[in-house]
Ligand binder design. Structure first.
Ligand SMILES: [Zn+2]
Length: 401
């Protein structure tokens, strides 16, 4: 921790840049206490690259457990000083006695109070949600920034994201979905955007780098995002995933495969219209290829040409799959006013652009073209090439949905 209480009860913060001699003098003449548990803490001025307070060994403190790493303290200090340089009213490790929580950094910006949590170690979903909710109730905007070391790049533009990583997603005022992270070693923010998961663990995404020195708070809250999205990349990763996945099927996959066999389908001969990237698909943990196949089976397969497709019917079937645990939705604690069904609607709009559906009213579509299922690998190959050509033209509008 970077703050402690002095004997007289005032808060002493290491956020101000003191030199070592001054701190050694202060240490000799002052006693420090943990603001949370009241136990004595020591001012550490050792060889570690960051000065900090630590509980004396044997103390059990709920607020500051010894899990706080140098990496975390360094990042917290840098972010604090960065905000201060921008003349933003800011407080380090401020303790809110009503909710009994201590965000790493509290700041006031644009008339709003922000509680910044710079999170470097995994915490449970329950704690993450509890803290986020408590901040909201006290009218703080929760701002979780992840330690960049957690960000796992698999390949160029392909990231491996855990459930925990997804907690950090926020929605900007321009409705962009971003995952902000910060690296104290490189002194830069790394922000993921345009995230399109193709499996439970992996996603195609854009990453942008913003050096601490040249970046303003506004650019982290609402970064200028390049919406570039490579469908070719997505398809390639999707195919690789499907192949891998079928070679090592999980119990959920077995269930899925059994169901599609009943309908005379197989994983390698699905039509190219199934498994499309949609912007809100990160709200569904189940891979796009599965939930879109279910939608095809439940609603589209048995419709005759020009038959109506009611959104209510789609939603009913979708909810049923969720109830049966065949589709798993993903809760993102910082984005509460968003439903996963948004992704399904986006998919229907894409089918509309592809000429499969036509929108009749706000809630009713009409089947315009039946999605045909390829009968052979060769046919699949042809259908796919044809589809890619066609799909390119609708891609330009993909981010407007
Ligand atoms: Zn304590």
């Amino acid at each position: 921790m970077l703050t402690a209480q002095t004997h007289s009860g005032t808060i002493f913060s290491l956020g101000k840049e003191y030199n070592k001699e001054t701190l050694m003098f202060i240490r000799k003449n002052e006693k420090f206490f943990c603001p949370a548990c009241g136990e004595r803490v020591s001012l550490k001025l050792g060889t570690q690259r960051i000065y900090h307070f630590a509980h004396r060994s044997g103390t059990v403190c709920r607020e500051f457990y010894e899990g706080e790493t140098i990496y975390h303290m360094k990042g917290k200090l840098q972010l604090y000083q960065w905000l201060e340089r921008q003349r933003i009213p800011v407080e380090l490790e401020y303790y809110d006695s009503i909710i009994k929580q201590r965000p790493d950094i509290l700041f006031l910006y644009d008339g709003k109070k922000y509680a910044l949590e710079y999170q470097c170690s995994p915490i449970t979903e329950e704690i993450f949600k509890k803290r986020t909710e408590a901040y909201r109730q006290q009218n703080y905007i929760p701002l979780w920034i992840q330690g960049s070391k957690h960000l796992k790049t698999k390949r160029n533009s392909v990231f491996s994201l855990s459930n925990f990583d997804y907690f950090f997603f926020r929605k900007t005022e321009e409705s962009q979905l971003i995952l902000p992270s910060y690296c104290p070693e490189e002194k830069q923010f790394k922000i993921l955007s345009s995230v399109y998961p193709y499996s439970i663990k992996n996603a195609v995404a854009n990453i942008t780098y913003h050096s601490l020195e040249n970046t303003k708070l506004e650019e982290v809250l609402a970064p200028q995002i390049n919406n570039y999205f490579s469908f070719a990349k997505w398809s390639k990763e999707m195919e690789r995933f499907t192949l891998n996945w079928s070679l090592h099927p999980s119990p959920e996959l077995h269930r899925f495969l059994r169901e599609i066999y009943i309908h005379n389908l197989n994983l390698y001969l699905l039509p190219p219209e199934i498994g499309l990237p949609v912007r809100h698909s990160l709200f569904i943990q189940t891979p796009a290829i599965i939930w879109q196949t279910y939608l095809f089976l439940d609603v589209l397969l048995n419709k005759t040409l020009y038959e109506l497709v009611n959104l209510k019917e789609v939603e009913r079937n979708y909810s049923k799959r969720i109830m049966n645990n065949e589709i798993i939705i993903r809760n993102i604690p910082q984005i509460t006013n968003e439903k996963s069904f948004h992704a399904v609607k986006e998919y229907l709009f894409q089918l509309e652009k592809l000429g499969i559906l036509i929108k009749k009213t706000e809630t009713v579509f009409q089947l315009q073209t039946k999605i045909s299922v390829p009968k052979s690998n060769r046919e699949k190959e042809e259908r796919r090439n044809e589809f890619h050509q066609k799909y390119k033209t609708i891609l330009e509008t993909i981010n407007e949905i």
